[in-house]
Design a protein around this ligand. Structure first.
Ligand SMILES: [Zn+2]
Length: 317
């Protein structure tokens, strides 16, 4: 197999790897290395696993070096590859939020939920078969749980809002937090100078605006040196980033509430408004690329956010 992983070294023993999900630059996997041990934070999908294994080899490690596999939550762009990766890495234990554990041990429901959203054909193409993980290899990490990777401490924070089964991982050594989807999305293409266009993700089916506000504030109060986002790469917790995250929650809720009574095309109506809001944010940062350039980068998440807001409205109605 001729697989070449695309990764870069962030320093402090942290490697940022492209998950090759949909296209390059969408989703990240992080390798945390300490001595001859390694933790893998996020797995991407089954299709990502060969890239992870290839990167391990290039870095002078191997499958047996992997001590922990740590998806931040069980959405499939983060955890779809867990079962295959655990099969390859015989010494690894899976660390997962207590609400996500059962879905890793028996992924039937997780697969059914994703098939309902994407359809059988797309599910098969995007994710393939979800492989169960033996319960004896699963460690549940409740709030403030700590574990050591070769003497390097990792602390876990329960951070609901995007999903109830979401935690963030604080690497105390580098003082950076692996934030999954909790600290929003910021694609490098929409960075303006060093300030990223940043917005929260309201993906179906557990968006909770109050919980999201609290989780983001908690992460800001911890004030780490940087956040390692899954979508995509490292960002600093600047005041502009913090404000954009909070404003985006409030704006998405406002868009949803204003669209509540629409019967047809509610998702598309919200999608359009989200796009306009994000374009405005991009201009406020001083972004000079064309609208189309920016929309090409944010379109997928805008649509997912609209779908999540639609689901949130339906739950409330
Ligand atoms: Zn997610």
């Amino acid at each position: 197999m001729n697989i070449k992983a695309s990764y870069n070294d962030l320093g402090d023993g942290i490697i940022h790897l492209d998950a090759e999900y949909l296209k390059p630059g969408i989703a990240s996997v992080y390798l945390l290395m300490e001595g001859n041990e390694c933790a893998i934070i996020e797995t991407g999908t089954n299709h990502t696993v060969p890239f992870i294994l290839s990167a391990l080899t290039e870095l002078g490690l191997n499958e047996d070096s992997v001590r922990y596999v740590i998806p931040t939550h069980v959405h499939l762009d983060h955890a779809g590859g867990v079962g295959s990766l655990m099969t390859s890495c015989a010494n690894a234990e899976l660390i997962i939020h207590p609400f996500g554990a059962r879905h890793m041990i028996d992924p039937t429901k997780l697969a059914a939920g994703a098939k309902a959203v994407y359809g059988d054909e797309a599910f098969e193409r995007l994710y393939g078969e979800l492989i169960p993980v033996d319960a004896s290899r699963v460690i549940e990490a409740p709030d403030n749980f700590e574990i050591s990777l070769g003497g390097r401490n990792l602390r876990f924070y329960d951070t609901p809002g995007h999903a109830k089964h979401h935690f963030c991982v604080h690497d105390i050594e580098s003082d950076t937090i692996f934030s999954g989807d909790t600290f929003g999305i910021a694609y490098p293409g929409t960075h303006v100078d060093d300030e990223p266009l940043t917005f929260v993700t309201t993906t179906p089916v557990q968006f909770d605006p109050e919980a999201m506000h609290s989780s983001i504030q908690r992460l800001l109060d911890i004030n780490p040196k940087a956040f390692n986002l899954t979508h995509y790469g490292q960002v600093k917790p600047t005041q502009k980033v913090a404000k954009q995250l909070k404003d985006s929650i409030d704006m998405f809720v406002k868009i949803a509430k204003q669209s509540r009574d629409l019967r047809d095309d509610r998702v598309e109506a919200m999608n359009q408004q989200i796009q306009q809001f994000l374009l405005k944010q991009y201009r406020q940062l001083g972004g000079l690329e064309s609208d189309q350039f920016c929309l090409d980068i944010i379109a997928m998440d805008s649509k997912l956010n609209a779908q999540g807001l639609d689901f949130w409205l339906s739950k409330k109605q």
